[in-house]
Design a binder for this molecule. Structure first.
Ligand code: ADQ
Length: 739
């Protein structure tokens, strides 16, 4: 289609250029013809009148009559007889005063001419041509006849010619457009027919142009068929199905999960000192907690809550979820120095900015690296202590534990280690700036399966291995082979549970709309936008607020009518860059409120605190639009949570193109968050989007998120792990009988 349009535009430009050149040529040629025609007419007219003029030279009245006869020609406006001295001897009554014989003779002299002379001039009445034709008088002197020709008709004719040419050009354009559209339609019909024939018929009959496409389509169809076969026909993935997959494929083996963040944090409440349980604001926890509920096992994590030690048993374990205990948290304790080096230092001042393209420069300190190695070893040991077989299934999560897979493999060579990297993996050049790039990659290659959100991140990782490691890359099977052992590198786009358990007790949309507006002191019909994030510089919160500012600037009718609520959970507050971000966001919100607000109206409501998930879901339900503006994000689960919350199929999602989620949620309004004008226009569009269109988009996104939920994500990884285990066992048996 695009090619057709550009071909057509090319044709139009060429046609335009050709017409322009044709017009220039036509004007030049016709002007030349007209000039020659006038010269001829002048010569003929003067020749015919010559004898009469000479004969009546000394009789002014009769001479003027002869001159008047000359002007009978409709294009000769005036005539004069000039004496040999160059003065006006006689002239018709209407000879222009500015063109006396003296003037004409002096112009002729200036042009270096002596005999016949003609020039184009502009008179107040329009364009004209003046000429002098020599006249030999009976006295022997040489006078001249001066004529003034009307040439306005030349311009009229040129204009007519131009109009005809433009009409012809227009006609050709219309004709060409019609031919392009018709031939495009016919070609597409033929192409579609041939493609269908190629797809349905034997490959040998397909035209050469279809062969690469055919190969891809058939490979895709086969993958889908295999997946469907493996996944158990059309059933939707659920907690139940994940559990049965684990039993069926992995004989119900206990899962040990390693992640820095724990799913439940025990905290002493301020004031009362009672122990309360918090659900941390973390995409990793959001995704994996439902998986652990379904699978049971142990979640090994850093014990970070003030009351964490007070609730664990003698093995540092506590059963969760509170009240419906189905798995355990094994807490690992860190000293302040270890936490500073491993968590705040290497993980969040080094690896986080290294992997996110958000213009933040990573900081690498040798002492942070030492702590990172030490803490990875501590957690790996804790994981190994939790297993009770020699080939356990271990899930290692995220950039905090890049070294753990190799460390665990050294103690448990037969373990199935699934690693999931929750953030982007940048290109090899960027990874190359990390002083410990080889160690990080080698650590990850201890995994049996290494998962990323997108194919792009997988490719970037494989390229990094290629650039920095001595290994064999098996691109056919998407694997890295090292010392006879393979690590599969696969995309597993993460998601959320479906249905979301928090929604069971969340009031319906209408009630959330009403209560949230009331709680925020907004009018019942106020239009509401929502943003939900950890306060992190990769989430584009400043860009988002600036887009609200631009929206109010460009749309005066929204002032006083539109409010944007930003839920911002404080995050990594010990790091200077996060403190500065906090200050900047607070100042920006105040500045925008100052600019557009008044005593009663605040366009930005900044709620800078952690909100429990049920509360977050009330905001998703209350709003008209949700804007996710990440500058770079592995997936982004806020976008998927918003879709899950909208059982009414209303509300508009505006989503940054730099999130992994933008690849799946194509019915969102996808924007570049750096382009403030584009983002504000997207908000304006969202606020006036008809409900019918909102429903169409939301329905489609809900279908996708419900199908591609987190149980499917975990299930596919576990099924791939089971297959790998089967292969490795068979290979092990074969190796054992080899002579
Ligand atoms: P995060 O960077 O933590 O996750 P995201 O995927 O958006 O980002 O998840 C954030 C979670 O925290 C959501 O469940 C959200 O509801 C919750 N949350 C956000 N703000 C909150 C607030 N103010 N109060 C309470 N809860 C809040 C990382 C990667 C992502 C990837 C996930 C999962 O950076 O790209 O999607 O892991 O792999």
């Amino acid at each position: 289609m695009l090619r057709n349009i550009s071909t057509f535009l090319g044709f139009l430009v060429s046609l335009g250029l050709l017409s322009w050149a044709g017009l220039a040529l036509l004007t030049g040629t016709t002007r030349g013809w007209f000039e020659r025609d006038l010269e001829l007419r002048t010569a003929l007219a003067v020749d015919a009148a010559r004898a009469g003029l000479v004969a009546r030279w000394e009789e002014p009245e009769l001479l003027e009559k002869r001159l008047l006869d000359l002007t009978r020609d409709e294009r000769i406006m005036a005539a004069a007889a000039c004496s040999p001295a160059g003065t006006t001897h006689s002239s018709t009554e209407v000879f222009p005063t500015v063109l006396s014989c003296e003037t004409l003779f002096s112009r002729r002299r200036a042009d270096g001419e002596r005999g016949n002379w003609a020039r184009q001039i502009d008179l107040p009445s329009g364009p004209a041509r003046v000429s002098l034709t020599p006249l030999l008088l009976s006295s022997g002197g040489e006078g001249a006849v001066a004529l003034v020709h009307d040439t306005s008709y030349v311009e009229r004719r040129e204009k007519t010619a131009r109009n005809i040419l433009v009409a012809v050009f227009g006609f050709l354009v219309l004709g060409a457009a019609a031919i392009t559209v018709i031939s495009g339609k016919l070609a597409r019909r033929d192409w579609t027919r041939d493609l269908r024939r190629a797809l349905l018929g034997p490959a040998s009959l397909a035209g050469d142009e279809f062969k690469p496409l055919l190969r891809d389509v058939r490979a895709l169809a086969q993958t889908l068929a295999e997946e469907r076969e493996r996944d158990g026909k059309n059933a939707r993935w659920s907690a139940e199905r994940l559990r049965s997959t684990l039993t069926e494929h992995l004989h119900g083996e206990r899962i040990v999960l390693l992640a820095n963040r724990e799913p439940y944090v025990h905290q002493f409440a301020a004031g009362t000192g009672a122990v309360e349980v918090l659900h941390p604001a973390s995409g990793l926890v959001t995704a994996l907690e439902p998986v652990m509920r379904a699978c049971s096992g142990v979640w090994v994590a850093h014990g970070s809550g003030s009351a964490d030690r007070s609730v664990v048993d003698s093995h540092d374990r506590v059963a969760v979820p509170p009240g419906e205990e189905s798995y355990q948290i094994r807490r690992v304790w860190l000293t302040e120095e270890e936490e500073n080096g491993y968590y705040y230092g290497l993980s969040n001042e080094g690896l986080w900015p290294l992997c996110h393209l958000a213009d933040a420069r990573p900081t690498f300190r040798a002492e942070d690296w030492e702590n990172y190695v030490l803490v990875n070893q501590r957690f790996s040991d804790a994981v190994c202590d939790e297993v009770d077989v020699d080939d356990p299934i271990i899930l290692v999560q995220d950039y905090h534990f890049a070294l753990a897979p190799k460390m665990i493999r050294e103690r448990l060579p037969r373990a199935t280690i699934l690693v999931f990297w929750h953030i982007p993996w940048p290109n090899a050049e960027r990874i190359g700036i990390c002083p410990w790039r080889e160690e990080l990659i080698a650590g990850l290659l201890g995994a049996s399966i290494l998962g990323f959100h997108t194919k792009q991140h997988c490719n970037n990782f494989t390229d990094s291995v290629d650039a920095f490691m001595e290994t064999r890359i098996d691109r056919e099977h998407q694997a890295i082979v090292q010392g006879g052992r393979r690590t599969l590198v696969r995309p597993y786009p993460i998601s959320i549970e479906w249905p979301v358990r928090w929604l069971e007790h969340t009031p319906p949309v209408a009630s959330c709309r009403e209560t949230i507006r009331r709680e925020l002191g907004l009018a019942p019909d106020c239009l509401l936008g929502v943003g939900v994030d950890r306060l992190d510089y990769t989430k584009g919160i400043e860009e988002r607020l600036s887009a609200v500012d631009a929206l109010l600037e460009d749309s005066p009718h929204l002032r006083g009518k539109f409010t944007f609520v930003q839920l911002a959970a404080p995050s990594r507050t010990k790091i200077a860059r996060y403190q500065q971000l906090n200050d900047r966001v607070t100042a920006l919100a105040a500045q925008i409120n100052e600019r557009w607000g008044d005593g009663a109206y605040r366009p930005i409501v900044l709620l800078r605190s952690h909100h429990e998930p049920a509360e977050v879901f009330r905001f998703y339900r209350a709003c008209d639009l949700c804007y996710v503006s990440s500058l770079h994000d592995g997936m982004n689960l806020v976008a998927k949570e918003f879709v899950a919350a909208r059982e009414d199929e209303e509300g508009v999602l505006i989503l940054s193109e730099f999130t992994g989620a933008a690849r799946d949620l194509t019915e969102a309004i996808v924007v570049n968050p750096y382009d403030i004008k584009q983002a504000s226009a997207a908000m304006a569009l969202a606020l006036r989007m008809p409900l019918s269109e909102q429903k169409l988009r939301m329905k489609s996104m809900r279908r996708l998120v419900s199908e591609f939920n987190v149980y499917r994500w975990a299930g596919r990884m576990l099924v791939d792990a089971a297959e790998l285990r089967r292969k490795e066992r068979t290979f092990g048996r074969l190796a054992a009988v080899r002579p």
